[in-house]
Design a protein around this ligand. Sequence first.
Ligand code: TXA
Ligand code: MG
Length: 320
Amino acid sequence: MAIQSFSSADFSMETVLRELENGYCVALPTETVYGLAADATNGKAVARIFEMKGRPSFNPLICHVDSMEMAREHAQVNETAEKLMKSFWPGPLTIVLPKQQNSSIHPLASAGLDTVGLRCPAGLAQNVIASFGKPLAAPSANRSGRISPTTAQHVAQSLGHKELLILDAGPCSVGVESTIVKTLVDRIVILRPGSVTQEMLEDATGQKVVASDSQSIEAPGMMKSHYAPNAAVELDIVEPDPALPYLGFGDAAGHTAQENTLNLSGKADLTEAAANLYGFLQRLDETGADRIQVAPIPEIGLGVAINDRLRRAASPREDA
Ligand code: TXA
Ligand code: MG
């Protein structure tokens, strides 16, 4: 199948919902840039986003909701965040909040963090989320390292060799990615500047608003912002110590009869492995062992991002 590009007049919501329900990506216009959207609660669907973008590492993705109600299902919404949502949603503002314990957002979408970045986009994207009924993870719909697309044609140029449904609703009105903030007790920190400015945030909340300094940057791929197991992590282990938890891959399956062995993907499927990564690491960490051994993962496709994440988990801790 070639790319299907629909204008907003002739796209079929049914087709869009079917793609999303089946765990595939759809390129959607938002007011900022076109997003590569997938079901945020489905690990394989989220893994496909990283695969399509050719991203060499897993950073937390913004999860898009249709309302404050949906936001509350997935995050603890404090008073300041509520003011921000009332002032700027739907619109180009993302708020990083503590994730609800029972949120169905997949750990791959939030990079294993206990926080989640939420935004409610306007227009067609909001309608799609409302019809879908679940949050959509959506980074910009371009290959990693390219500029963010503001038209359906840009998306097709960047990702067009892939099988992808692209909804065309003309050029985006804002053109730069959303402002990202986190709310602290006494101030708001801007993690990424965007069209919702410091002054606008101050006016809406009466709070002090500061730009993130280099110490507090939670930028893509920063060690600090990622889930790190308590156990030490040893990589490229083919013959694991039976006394230790083992994270296998493909034929490097370890002692499969043992409870402390999990295989990221028995059929060596990197999409499946990416979807299982955070959850399995966490389960092995919960055994309380002081070391976890990990099978070699091929350094191709999504394997690059999986290995990036594993190397961070294995690197010596700067214990804080
Ligand atoms: O305008 C936009 O925000 C576009 C459109 C498509 O909505 N989306 C977008 O999403 O730019 P994305 O997933 O590429 O944004 C990812 C960035 C991360 O690099 C990180 O800076 C921040 O969002 N982020 C997401 N979740 C976070 C979290 N839990 N903690 C800190 N930062 C987070
Ligand atoms: Mg981007």
